[in-house]
Design a protein. Sequence first.
Length: 204
Amino acid sequence: MELKKRFTDAIVFSAEVDTIQELVLAAVAQGADLSGADLSQVDLRGADLRGAKLSFVDLTGANLSDADLSGADLSGAKLTGADLRYANLREADLQYATPTCADLRCAKLHKANLSEAGLRGANLRYSDLSRANLRDADLRDVDLAGANLSGAEMIGADLNGAYTEETDMPHQSEDTDGFIAALDDHDRDQPTEARQTSICSHED
């Protein structure tokens, strides 16, 4: 089987295996660079993908629930509608990634880099975003109910329409004043399920 780049069809990895799941796991085990590969709709539930090189991959609609992606490079990855429930993304690099409308409930994102990531409409209920870098991230209409954002870098993040009931917010400081004020200007206590459904039903 072969893994190919999503735009050029160039082969990024090949091996004699029976399933796409086995192919991805073999590639990661060998330290292969899978940048730009098409992994849309792949089922990698519970997979060990620690330190995987997955920049700019297409993981649209992929099932990565319970997967271990700690320390993985997912910068620029397309994660629209992906299932990342309970996934371990501690210290993963998701800069410029687009987990738009992704399900990240209870995901572990401690110290993850999500700067300038496009998370609009994502479900981040009860996720651990402590000490994560969310500078300039698009957090419009996300569900952050019960999430842990203690120590997170939030400068420039867009939280228009975000739902933050029972969210553990960063401690207020000179650097976070603008962030806290931005939350106060929006519907921080209004459920966003209807809004999320409307937004996500129109996503590519």
